[in-house]
Design a protein around this ligand. Structure first.
Ligand code: MOS
Length: 754
């Protein structure tokens, strides 16, 4: 069928609101009589508060209250009440619960005043006496205390081994082994976390920055003992989140607490520094060992990962499992352990786990290719997995070969010299690297509501969110397409618990999940209209065969004769119907899920230029070829991949939250010292979407593109750096000092051996 809107580069329907400033974010909501909160953070990493003196702050005119563990009561004792939909196993952190300090930056007091400035000033007058205890925040130093990562977090699956990888590794002719380290990262969205809470007539209305209004409703209801129906969470726009908004953040708790206690509207936001105090992409160390026979057949894969978590929760993500699925190999040994440290629990960050695991595995594949003296792309193709060997299932679709082919062609891969340090431009060493990426194509149960009015306008709503991904736009496209309406006549609304329930916006599953619900509900409306068309006396289709009707641009017509038609508006008038309202639920097909593995894939090609004398790495070109099923909107989808690639460059070369282990605190907790790329760091990025038809994954055939774009980038860059310099930096970010140091070490080693 020819499509009108699906697959078309429709511009963002929320674009005008955003660029003109009419789009309201959580901190933009103002109400009469609003109070402002400022949060005081712990200055120690572990111990106890012996005393907390708020008298000077309280003495200021305009300060209404300072909430601390000493004056907050009536909250649930059991930590299970603080569990949210994205919580890992363990006991969630409870703000202002007791005198214990469990991490540096922990919120210990909330000052409420008539103005923000006053609250902030008053917070500086609070004196806390601490008794410090020994703590440790260093993953590498505590590897001996690791334990098996438990199951229980949404999306987490235990790694599965097969065959005898140890033995196969011993026997093999060609092998490599390496350890790969990743520093911590913080999400750092432009918009800071902020909550406005209003308590009125026994009802709570909360404007919050979140990736899941229902999750916040559930959390607030449980923590404060309120009926869910009395808690309304609203979040129409989110200025970036990247996973940080999957869990309710502590300013939400704080704002609601104060609003309930003081019976006044309260706004509480975090500072940029406090954005470094609630979860991050965890530090990990990974060991990978691979072996192959002389013809390049992978004989064994060993991949183990150690990841940090807090003492109170077991944050898990899928790091090593991908290595068992990406390539054909009969002997695979996977392991994933956690180490509890005195810090806050890590939280999902764009492609959690996959980014980390793929960097190690794809670097290792590159290393083994050099051992084999094989082109790294040919080596990957040699071991290409047509089926998911981990689960013993076919993929619903997998056009990764097309990604390799189209990506390589666009990049000019065949012109690559295999030898490292063999391509240069003056003192710039040129390197080309490739890496592969995979991500899950999830679908979660979702609901959507349709309201078609007599004026021909359709309003669709679902309590999902749009963190900048384009949800507003693609849902509008799906609805217009499904019901044959002009796109201008469709409005999509989201981000309100009064709307039908949707899952957290994460895991790249929103397009498939909410999209299927939107399509489903529009089809229900279409059925009603069809019935109306054939049952209403005076309609051109009165007593006609309902299969012969088509919907286009607000008209219902005969598929064989478009001159016979009626507008939806006229039909509704004729039938005496003022509006049509439908709500429906869509979810994954469990049978298909049992039979198939659903994955999206990508191949990333990167070019770097490395200053031979200074070790400065520049990424000059990236081609990212993606197979993610049907692309609903090539414009917004491309932006998702571009964003992923930019972040991948950042992760490979710049980004790291540095922990000062003496204080147990992240040192560079601001945007001047937390390095991210600027325009000058970003050069050519080419995005390719390969054709991938998938009738199994979900009714729309979409796999989601929020995360697949970042996954292979760091590996491709690391491999390109090796190709350019002959220096293998296994520790991210690849900064100039590491490039030079390893080059120096290699030289010395050669000298010693020579
Ligand atoms: Mo994403 S880390 O699931 O927001």
């Amino acid at each position: 069928m020819k499509t009108q809107y699906i697959g078309k580069p429709v511009s963002r329907v929320d674009g005008l609101a955003k660029v003109t400033g009419t789009a309201k974010y959580s901190a933009d909501f103002k109400v009469e009589g609003m109070l402002y909160g400022y949060i005081v953070s712990s200055s120690i990493a572990k111990g106890k508060m012996m005393s907390i003196d708020t008298s000077q702050a309280m003495a200021l005119k305009g300060v209404l209250q300072v909430f601390t563990h000493e004056n907050v009561s009536g909250l649930p004792w059991f930590s299970i009440k603080y569990k949210d939909m994205d919580a890992p196993t363990g006991s969630p952190f409870r703000p202002l619960h007791d005198d214990k300090i469990v991490y540096s930056g922990q919120p210990v007091a909330l000052v409420i005043a008539e103005t923000f400035e006053l609250a902030r000033y008053a917070s500086s007058l609070i004196e806390i006496a601490y008794q410090e205890e020994d703590f440790t925040t260093d993953l590498i130093k505590n590897l001996g205390k690791s334990y098996k990562a438990p199951s229980g977090k949404i999306g987490f699956v235990q790694p599965k081994s097969r065959g005898d990888a140890e033995d196969a590794y011993e026997q093999a002719e060609f092998k490599m082994s390496g350890s790969y380290e990743h520093g911590a990262e913080h999400h750092n969205p432009m918009e800071l976390f902020s909550t406005t809470a209003i308590w009125e007539n026994g009802k709570l209305t909360v404007y919050d920055k979140t990736q899941g209004v229902s999750n916040c409703q559930f959390y607030i209801g449980n923590v404060f003992g309120l009926a869910y129906k009395d808690v309304r969470i609203i979040s129409p726009y989110v200025g970036g989140a990247f996973g940080s908004g999957l869990r309710p953040q502590y300013q939400l708790f704080m704002a609601v607490l104060a609003a309930l206690e003081l019976k006044r509207p309260v706004k509480v936001g975090l500072t940029r520094q406090q954005m470094f105090t609630f979860g991050h992409r965890p530090v990990t160390t990974q060991n990978v060992a691979l072996s192959a026979s002389a013809d390049g057949t992978l004989e064994s894969i060993k991949h183990e990962a150690f990841s940090e978590t807090s003492r109170f929760e077991n944050y898990t993500e899928i790091i090593v499992n991908w290595s068992g699925t990406m390539y054909n190999c009969d002997h695979v040994k996977l392991k994933y352990d956690l180490v509890g440290l005195d810090m806050y629990t890590p939280v999902d960050m764009r492609a959690p786990g996959a980014v980390t695991g793929a960097h190690a595995m794809e670097s290792a594949m590159d290393e083994l290719a050099y051992e084999l003296k094989m082109d790294p792309l040919i080596f990957r193709l040699k071991n290409y997995a047509d089926e998911d060997q981990t689960e013993g299932k076919p993929f619903s679709s997998k056009e990764l070969i097309a990604c390799y082919r189209e990506g390589a062609e666009k990049f000019g891969w065949t012109k690559r010299n295999v030898e490292p340090r063999s391509m240069r431009e003056g003192n710039q060493l040129i390197g080309w690297g490739v890496a592969t990426a995979a991500w899950d194509a999830f679908q979660m149960p979702s609901r959507a509501k349709a309201l078609l009015s007599i004026d021909g306008k359709l309003e669709i709503s679902s309590g999902t969110s749009d963190i900048g991904t384009g949800t507003y736009t693609i849902m509008t496209q799906i609805a217009a397409e499904s019901l044959g309406l002009k796109i201008e006549d469709v409005t999509f609304k989201l981000g309100d618990t009064n709307m039908p329930i949707a899952p957290l916006e994460g895991g790249s599953w929103t397009a498939a999940s909410v999209g299927s619900a939107v399509k489903g509900v529009c089809e229900d409306v279409k059925k009603k209209l069809t019935k109306m068309a054939v049952k209403t006396d005076g309609s051109p289709f009165y007593r006609a065969d309902k299969h012969d009707l088509s919907f286009d641009s607000g008209y219902i017509s005969d598929v064989n004769d478009s001159s016979s038609n009626i507008s939806i508006v006229n039909l509704m008038r004729l039938a005496g119907v003022n509006s049509i309202e439908e709500t429906s639920t869509s979810g994954p097909n469990p049978l298909n899920k049992m039979k198939y593995t659903f994955n999206s894939h990508a191949a990333v090609f990167a070019e770097v230029k490395v200053d031979e004398d200074l070790g400065i790495v520049r990424v000059t070109r990236v081609v990212c070829a993606v197979a993610a099923g049907k692309i609903l909107n090539p414009k917004t989808a491309r932006s998702q991949i571009l964003g992923g690639v930019v972040w991948g460059i950042s992760k490979a070369l710049e980004e790291e939250s540095k922990m000062d282990h003496q204080y147990g605190r992240f040192m560079n907790h601001n945007l001047s010292e937390y390095h991210v790329p600027v325009n000058k760091d970003i050069n050519d990025i080419e995005v390719i979407f390969v054709e991938e038809k998938d009738d199994i994954v979900n009714p729309l055939g979409v796999k989601g593109v929020g995360e697949i774009g970042i996954i292979g980038v760091a590996g491709a860059i690391a491999n390109a750096v090796f190709h350019a310099t002959g220096v293998r930096v296994r520790n991210l970010p690849i900064t100039m000092d590491k490039v030079l140091q390893i080059a120096e070490d290699d030289k010395n080693q050669v000298a010693v051996q020579g």
